[in-house]
Design a protein around this ligand. Sequence first.
Ligand code: HEC
Length: 186
Amino acid sequence: MKQLVLAITVLLVIALMIGVGVFKLGLVPVNADVPPSGLETRFIPIAVHASVANHAEEQPNPMVPTDENLIAGGEVYTVMCARCHGVPGRGPSVLGASFYPPAPQFTVQPSGYSEGELFWIVKHGIRNTGMPAWGRLLSDQDIWQVVAVLRRLNSLPSAVENCLARLIVDRNDIPRKGLPLTMAHG
Ligand code: HEC
């Protein structure tokens, strides 16, 4: 029995030394210009989803989706989020695709998270990805308003769409100044 415990301990120490060696010798790739590995695309999202579900409060959006709230949320989206998550009416974001993992394109596929979970993600961000913690820059009200828009990005009332289209045209300065932030120019 004693010998078995000793053998297991030795094996664990060797495994730990190999693990530390792999990290210390720089054998872990850190470049972001390859598609995430199968292991990362399969297991990390499980941890992220579980953590979000565990930390987020399951609550309805206190911001009623009136045109006013959707325009306010749409402004936040256009100014703060669209460059990574996609501009409505345009192609996916090149910048968003360059992250590891890539930024989801809400104009192509809406997020599967509930509004309470989206609120938590936007406020707190996601570690070790390009997704910032917006709670330092935006009020809770701003965040709920942008969450209302995330949910309806492809089905906004036309009054809101028109208002945002004007804002997007005004902000056309970004791609026109030479940074190809979207794949298709509208
Ligand atoms: C600098 C790029 C960048 C900006 C700007 C950005 N995000 Fe993100 N966001 C990301 C990346 C990258 C991910 C993917 C993280 C992951 O897969 O774990 C992400 C993930 C998310 C998710 C999780 C969605 C899902 O279904 O997995 C939400 C929600 C989100 N972002 C909302 C926002 C909002 C709202 C804004 C603006 C206030 C914003 N993001 C601004 C890069 C960005």
